[in-house]
Design a protein around this ligand. Structure first.
Ligand SMILES: Nc1nc2c(ncn2[C@@H]2O[C@H](COP(=O)(O)OP(=O)(O)O)[C@@H](O)[C@H]2O)c(=O)[nH]1
Ligand SMILES: [Mg+2]
Length: 698
């Protein structure tokens, strides 16, 4: 592959809902362009960008992957992204590495949840984008319906530049509104060859209507153009294209295309427009980089002569190769074998075997110019979201704002002794995939993993086994219950031991009383007349506090109470700190059962965003989880439902919400308060906790 200069590069993210035809489109574009020699298929497991074992088995994309289409002396870097929300981190990464996006929509399904999601991602970066209605040959394909959905649900600024000839099984051509010609595909074509003919008579009316709309919306983006158009002047093709490109750059126009990737219909026209309408890297706004370790900021333009700044937007680990790093150059250029610098990690990395990637194939290149996307294997300590620069500059680009996890499960090894391997594996997987998180929770005694959905975490567990040889299983995270007191009580704790020589003696009297939520534990010293010497009083407190880690109800930490130490006695010889600490422990154990102890459960503050249609179902479900609905309010297209729900009832809520709202609902939750658990809940928790404690003792 030849080396391409910055103006000859297009970085295009291919985004959309799952199964809208993205991977098939990328494969067909690379094939029709001639860069890929074989027309692959998702069904056969031969698509260029669905090449991992997980993807071939499941027949959908999990990882972002790259392909290239060389067309009109331009290198189009195609970034295929997964559509399912569990892997949406990779869709976001694709959008952040690209300069434009193709939003793919299925001709039968139209705008879907995933379409809205990636639309929002593109909005954040103000990416110029075009729409592609795919699967036009499928039964029930309906171009017009999809067009109207886009207009209503995404943007009124969408404008068709092509209309189909025939739909569904009849689909066999495309009328190009710019060239005013129809392309009729030759039956059995393998690479999108067509006959160019005049617009068929039966399409004349539609053609006129859409052409008119197209030229008007192009003219509307530019005052002088509009004036000329209204003055009756004809606007030439090149001028119209240039105006459309400028309109797209400003987010004022979103052209709409159509085709069928599996039949290679519509691929040539789309390739032409990717080159003509999408920006080259240097046409995008500059980025801000920070000098590592200082407040200094640099504005970087995409230019070979600028300082090197390349962002790692994805790491893929491949069998027999190891970690493969995908990076996008935002400034400067790189040469094969060059040494670069990862400033925050203070590591020099060598770009040995600098490559561009076409699916799983990697082609070594001598250099990559500014704005290009490259891959390199076996870096020492560079991970997703790191910046590569040079040692003298030490630059860091703004991080890709990966989505926060929505689901938490507990994980444990199947075989004892593999705990260290598990924690190493989890750490590596997080560096590879920033939407995956893990932590050890000491209080619960569990390792927790978090991600974007159950499918996401399943894939993680699979990778742990395959890559790190750790066989793990997942389970329910435990709930951090607490205990407190509803009543008062008082009594004694006395520790006395006479063993041969010197004995042990500590004796104290305490009073326990409840405090309001959030007060913690208060210890009040009311000893008068030195019945317990000063130096032993902190020891009593330590004993009480330690004993309160295991409450009388079910062995959970006790909170929000006060302890008054009001009496006691000591022995001149046998008393010491140890003995008084013991006395404190015994006093708490004696007194606490009589102070009406209760179980507290964590209540979460939950906010759910849902389309109105599902609001009733969402609220019903929250109520059935012992939730208390606090209120609802409009939030853009969606309704926000606020509720207080016990944490114990929220296990795998993401999955339920997904199914009730057909994937449209999202939620956030945070800890709100500890509240008395209802008696039946408390009884169940006490019972299972007893078993748990017996098991750990066994
Ligand atoms: N009929 C028809 N099916 C297609 C076409 N393109 C893709 N498909 C099928 O649609 C499904 C989803 O395609 P895929 O490319 O994996 O979609 P992605 O999830 O968006 O990447 C697969 O079963 C493809 O075989 C097309 O042009 N026509
Ligand atoms: Mg795919």
């Amino acid at each position: 592959m030849r080396v391409y200069k910055t103006p000859e590069i297009r970085n295009v993210a291919v985004v959309g809902h799952g199964a809208s035809g993205k991977t098939s489109l990328v494969d067909a574009l690379a094939f029709v362009a001639g860069t890929s020699k074989r027309h692959g298929s998702v069904k056969d497991g031969t698509a260029l960008t669905d090449y991992t074992a997980d993807e071939i088995e499941r027949k959908y994309s999990i990882n972002l992957a790259l392909a290239v289409a060389e067309w009109m002396d331009t290198k189009i870097n195609l970034i295929d992204t997964p559509g399912y929300l569990d892997f949406t981190g990779d869709a976001l990464a694709g959008v952040y590495a690209a300069d434009s996006a193709v939003m793919v929509l299925s001709a039968t399904a139209g705008v879907e949840v995933g379409t809205e999601k990636v639309w929002d991602y593109c909005e954040r970066r103000s990416l110029p984008r075009l729409f592609f209605v795919s699967l036009m040959d499928k039964e029930h394909a309906d171009f017009e319906r999809v067009f109207n959905q886009i207009k209503e649900q995404l943007t009124p600024k969408v404008i068709p530049v092509e209309i189909p000839v025939g739909e569904g099984p009849e689909f066999h051509g495309i009328i190009n509104l710019f060239s005013k010609k129809a392309h009729l595909y030759k039956k059995g074509t393998k690479a999108g060859e067509y006959d160019e003919v005049d617009v068929p008579d039966e399409y004349k009316d539609r053609f006129e209507k859409y052409s008119q709309e197209l030229i008007e919306s192009i003219a509307a983006t530019d005052d002088t153009l509009l004036e000329r158009y209204l003055g009756g002047e004809e606007i030439g093709r090149d001028e119209a294209i240039a105006a459309m490109k400028a309109g797209m750059a400003k987010g004022e126009l979103f052209p709409l295309f159509c085709g069928a990737a599996e039949l290679t219909y519509g691929m040539r026209a789309l390739l032409n427009k990717l080159v003509e309408l999408c920006p080259a890297p240097q046409e995008r706004p500059p980025v801000e980089a920070q000098k590592w370790g200082s407040a200094e900021r640099l504005t970087l333009k995409t230019d070979d002569t600028g300082p090197l700044a390349a962002q790692v937007f994805k790491t893929i680990s491949e069998p027999h190769v190891g970690d493969v790093t995908l990076f996008r150059i935002f400034s400067g250029q790189v040469k094969n074998g060059q040494e670069v610098w990862n400033a925050p990690r203070e590591v020099a990395e060598k770009l040995n075997h600098l490559c561009v990637s076409i699916g799983k194939e990697r082609i070594e290149v001598p250099e990559l110019h500014s704005g290009d996307i490259g891959v390199v294997a076996k870096l020492r300590d560079t991970h997703t979201n790191d910046t590569l620069s040079t040692k003298d500059k030490g630059l860091v680009l703004p991080k890709i704002p990966f989505p926060e996890p929505v689901i938490t499960v507990a994980i444990e090894v199947k075989q004892r002794g593999e705990e260290d391997k598990l924690s190493t594996g989890l750490h590596k997987l997080h560096e590879e995939d920033p939407t995956f998180h893990h932590e050890y929770n000491g209080e619960l005694g569990q390792t927790l993993i978090r991600g974007l959905g159950e499918r996401h975490l399943e894939i993680v567990v699979g990778r742990l086994a395959r890559k790190f040889g750790v066989h793990a299983q997942t389970g329910k995270p435990r709930v951090a219950y607490r205990e407190t007191f509803r009543g008062k009580s008082e009594g004694q704790g006395k520790h006395k031991k006479q063993t041969g020589g010197r004995g042990q003696y500590g004796d104290c009297w305490i009073r326990i009383a409840p405090l309001p939520r959030g007060s913690g534990v208060q210890f009040i010293d009311e000893i008068v007349g030195g019945v317990i010497p000063r130096q032993y009083i902190p020891a009593v407190e330590r004993g009480v506090v330690e004993a309160a880690h295991k409450g009388p109800v079910a062995g959970y930490p006790v909170v929000d109470f006060k302890v008054e130490l009001y009496d006691g006695s000591y022995h001149d010889v046998d008393s010491n700190e140890m003995s008084f600490k013991m006395a404190g422990i015994l006093a708490f154990r004696n007194v606490s059962p009589a102070a009406k102890p209760v179980l507290l459960e964590p209540i979460m503050d939950v906010e759910v965003w849902t389309p109105d249609d599902y609001q009733g179902a969402v609220m019903g479900d929250l109520s059935s989880r012992r939730g208390h609905i606090v209120g609802t309010e409009k939030d853009g297209r969606l309704t926000k439902v606020k509720a207080l729900v016990p944490e114990a009832e929220l296990d795998r809520y993401a999955t339920t919400l997904h199914s009730i709202t057909h994937g449209r609902g999202t939620y956030k939750m945070k800890f709100h308060v500890y509240q008395d658990a209802p008696p039946d809940v408390a009884a169940k928790v006490t019972e299972s906790r007893k078993k748990e404690l017996e098991e750990t003792r066994a």
